[in-house]
Design a protein around this ligand. Structure first.
Ligand SMILES: [Mn+2]
Length: 455
């Protein structure tokens, strides 16, 4: 039996990015299980999931395959099931809603509550799916959005006392970057007892000096934010004879919030340690740099915990040769998990001129993300051609693309056919929106023919 409490206790988790293939042999599912054992000990009344618990991308360029995803989901369902605490989740920008819908269908205590209210004990919680898309916010849309939320809050509380309330969200709330508009955020902060935000990956209480705004930490390491997650760093300045070693506590964990009390950050030490290794190569000859890199790696290789380490080497400063000439050193340590050396010197090497990497053919999902990522240029280009389009139009076209069975079904044929299908779907959308008018009836077959010739 749980002890009687005056107010409910929540545990909030965020941004685990499960299903993403992380570096080397790291298995986040085992850590995930351990986290849930820790959460169970706190006996919360509810668990809230603030987005990006899963990731639809395996790596930068490939999506999670269904059998792989399902293998992980079998274990995740078991973990959720075992805790026997109701879990409520919103959808983050790396997630596919269908994964959350599937969990709701298969796990009794899991609820996907995107864009709705739930009464959890005596607290009203609004679950706001992420509005963050492709590093952009459409302020007009957001304004209407917030009005709706606040209006529904009013209706909910009509004639009753005001309940405690939580807004669970997944937005870019910070001083810089693609920021969620501060004036709009303020409107929410005024009305809700707590605003709990995922997506930022680092814990912050009293964020931006708002006493009721909490940024949630990421639960586990992931590929997102490479270079920021380290708990140890080795750095070696160019003109110095010794390297410097720094350590800091794990940024990972979850938050406990009992209504009426302050939030508590519970730190979690994952089964791997992320180690940053940075050498400033300015003015040094290759021999010297190789010696420095080798010395650090030799020292790391002596460590008893070397198998737990994920090492992220990089070179900074400026140099006249390609840092790829250091890669053989990294490869020589078979017992260490050393990730690909990053060149942060910001120069173009005369030995390895930067060549545009040939990109694989995109899936429809990837195309959609690509379009959303490059929308400002896209809008400009279309404007030049006399076509007026808004980001909302572009979003809707993308939606039509992913939902159009015609595009998907025929995508296994020749490439030109695939491209023609996509263009056809886009053209039909443009026509629907009256962005283009009076297309001649033979336009689509003309389009298909042009694609065939071009590809
Ligand atoms: Mn996110």
């Amino acid at each position: 039996m749980q002890a009687q409490r005056d107010a409910e206790k929540f545990v909030i988790i965020s941004d685990a990015h499960l299903l993403q293939s992380y570096m080397g042999t790291y298995n986040p599912i085992l850590d995930f299980k351990e986290v849930f054992q820790k959460i169970a000990k706190l006996s919360p009344d509810f668990i809230l999931v603030a987005g990006d618990m899963f990731d639809k991308r395996k790596t930068e360029t490939s999506d999670v395959r269904h059998p792989e995803g399902e293998a992980a989901m079998m274990k995740i369902r078991e973990i959720f099931d075992n805790i026997r605490v109701p879990i409520y989740a919103i959808c983050g920008n790396h997630e596919d809603e269908r994964v959350l819908q599937g969990l709701q269908q298969t796990v009794k205590n899991f609820h996907y509550s995107g864009d709705k209210w739930e009464r959890l004990g005596s607290t009203d919680v609004y679950f706001m799916n992420t509005r963050y898309e492709a590093e952009y916010y459409d302020e007009k849309l957001l304004e209407a959005d917030i009005d709706n939320i606040l209006e529904s809050m009013k209706k909910r509380w009509k004639g009753k006392r005001l309940n405690n309330s939580i807004l669970l969200c997944h937005e870019w709330i910070a001083k810089e970057g693609a920021i969620y508009p501060i004036e709009l955020l303020q409107k929410l902060l005024e009305k809700f007892t707590w605003v709990l935000d995922g997506h930022m990956h680092f814990y912050a209480k009293n964020h931006l000096n708002y006493s009721n705004l909490v940024c949630l930490p990421s639960l586990l390491p992931s590929r997102v934010l490479v270079g920021k997650y380290w708990t140890e760093s080795y750095s070696w300045e160019a003109k110095v004879e010794e390297y410097v070693c720094k350590a800091r506590e794990s940024p990972f964990g979850f938050v406990e919030l009992e209504i009426g009390k302050e939030p508590v950050f519970h730190r979690f030490d994952p089964s791997v340690k992320i180690v940053d290794l940075e050498i400033d190569v300015t003015g040094l000859d290759l021999q010297k740099i190789r010696a420095k890199l080798k010395q650090i790696l030799d020292d790391i290789n002596e460590r008893a915990d070397r198998e737990k380490l994920i090492i992220l080497p990089s070179v900074v400063g400026s140099c006249s040769f390609s840092p790829s000439l250091l890669e053989d050193i990294c490869k020589a340590y078979e017992t260490l998990n050393i990730q690909k050396l990053r060149d942060r010197t910001g120069k173009v090497s005369p030995f390895a001129p930067k060549v545009a990497v040939k990109r694989p053919i995109l899936t429809i999902d990837q195309l959609k993300e690509e379009i959303l990522r490059s929308y400002p240029d896209l809008i400009k280009a279309l404007k030049k051609a006399g076509l007026k389009l808004s980001i909302t139009d572009i979003r809707e076209i993308c939606k039509a693309l992913t939902g159009d069975p015609y595009v998907l079904q025929k995508s296994s044929g020749p490439v030109h056919q695939h491209v023609a299908n996509i263009l056809e779907a886009v053209t039909k959308e443009l026509e629907k929106k009256k962005v283009v008018r009076d297309l001649p009836p033979e336009f689509l077959s003309f389009l298909a023919e042009e694609c065939r010739k071009a590809l």
